[in-house]
Design a binder for this molecule. Sequence first.
Ligand code: NAD
Ligand code: TDX
Length: 338
Amino acid sequence: MGAAQLIVTGGAGFIGSNFVRHVVTHTDYSVTVLDKLTYAGCEENLADLPEHRVRLVVGDVADREVTRTLVGSLDPERDAVVHFAAESHNDNALADPSVFVHSNIVGTFALLEAVREYGVRLHHVSTDEVYGDLALDTEERFTEGSAYRPSSPYSASKASSDLLVGAWVRSFGVRATISTCSNNYGPRQHVEKFIPRQITNLIDGVRPRVFGDGAHVRDWIHVDDHSSAVLAILERGRIGETYLVGAGCERSNREVAEIILEVCGREAGEIDFVADRPGHDVRYALDARKLEQELGWRPRHRDFTAGIRETVRWYRDNEQWWRASKAATEATYAKNEQ
Ligand code: NAD
Ligand code: TDX
C-alpha cells in the first residue's frame, strides 16, 4: 500500500503551490494537483517538486466528469481533497464577475457532489472577506461567529461556496472543514495583488499605486503560515467547523507601501494615490484563537518587515517568473482606471 493521496485543487496558484510544497516537505502524502492553469496558474510553481510525489492534471474543477473521476480514484478511508481553486482577485471580479460565479460557486458545487458520492474528506479554503468589513475606529475583529456579509462580487462568490459546503455537511453528511484566512503575502503571488504589484513597480522605477487615501487596513499573514494552518485543520480539525486563520498583523495600505519603500531604499513619501476601488472594504481583522487553542497552531513569521524583505528579494531574484504578466496586469489596471 502506497502513501495516502491528496487532491489539491488550484495547486498551481500562489497559495496552493505553497501548500503542495509544504505537504511534500512535512508529510508523506502524494499529491494530485487539479488546476485549470488560468492566467494565475503556473506549471513552473511545481516544477522543482519530486515527480513521484506530485502530478498535475490540467482541468476545470467545475467540470463534473473531471472532478468525479479524480475524486472517485481516492480511498475515502485515508485520502482527502483540499480545495484552493478559485478566481481570487477583487479588481477582476469588478470588471467581469461571471468567471467568479463559474469557478468559485459552480466549481465548489461540482467538488461537493463528487466528495458526497465517494465519501471523501474535504477541506475548503476561504477568505475573511466573507464577513464583510470592519470600521477603522474599532478594535472589533472577525470571529467564527461573525455574520456573513460579503460586499464584493469576489467575496460574495466565496461566501456562496462556503454556504454550499455547510449545507452539504448538514444535509448529506459530507466530512468537510472550512478555513477563512486573512491577506496572504510571500513568494509566487501574482503581480496583480497589492504587495507584489508595488514591489515590481519599484523594480521598474514606478512609484507604488495606492487606492484612495491608503487608510484601508488588511491583516497580513505569510503564505507559509497559511499552509501550516490548512494542514493542521485537514488532519486535526473537527468536521463541520470553520477556523479563522490569521497572524494578528494589521497594517494600513499606506504603512505597507512605506515598508516596501524603506526595504527598497526609497523615501516614505514616494507614493501615488490613485482612484479608489469601488465598494472598497475598509478593514479586515480576525481572531485566530480557536485555531491556536484547539489545534495548537502558531504563525512562524511574526516579523512583517523581515517577511517583506524576503519577499522583495524573491521578486528581485525571479524576474523571469513575473515579467511576462507584469505588462498585461498593468495594461488591465490602466484600462480599469480610465
Ligand atoms: P491564485 O489566483 O494565485 O490561484 C488560483 C489557482 O486556481 C490558479 O492556479 C488557477 O489556475 C486555479 N483555478 C482558477 N479557476 C479554476 C478552475 N475553475 N478549475 C481549476 N483551477 C482553477 O489564488 P490564491 O491567492 O493562491 O488563492 C487560493 C485560494 O485561497 C482561493 O480560494 C482564495 O479565495 C483563497 N484565499 C486567498 C487569500 C489571499 O490573500 N490571496 C486569502 C484568503 C483566502
Ligand atoms: O494596486 C493596488 N493598490 C491598492 O491600494 C492594489 C492591487 C490593491 N490596493 C489595496 C486594495 C486592498 O485594500 O490593497 C489592499 C490589498 O489588495 P489586494 O491585494 O487586491 O487584496 P484584497 O482585495 O484585500 O483581497 C485579498 O485578500 C483576501 C486576496 O486578493 C483575496 O484573494 C483574499 O481572499
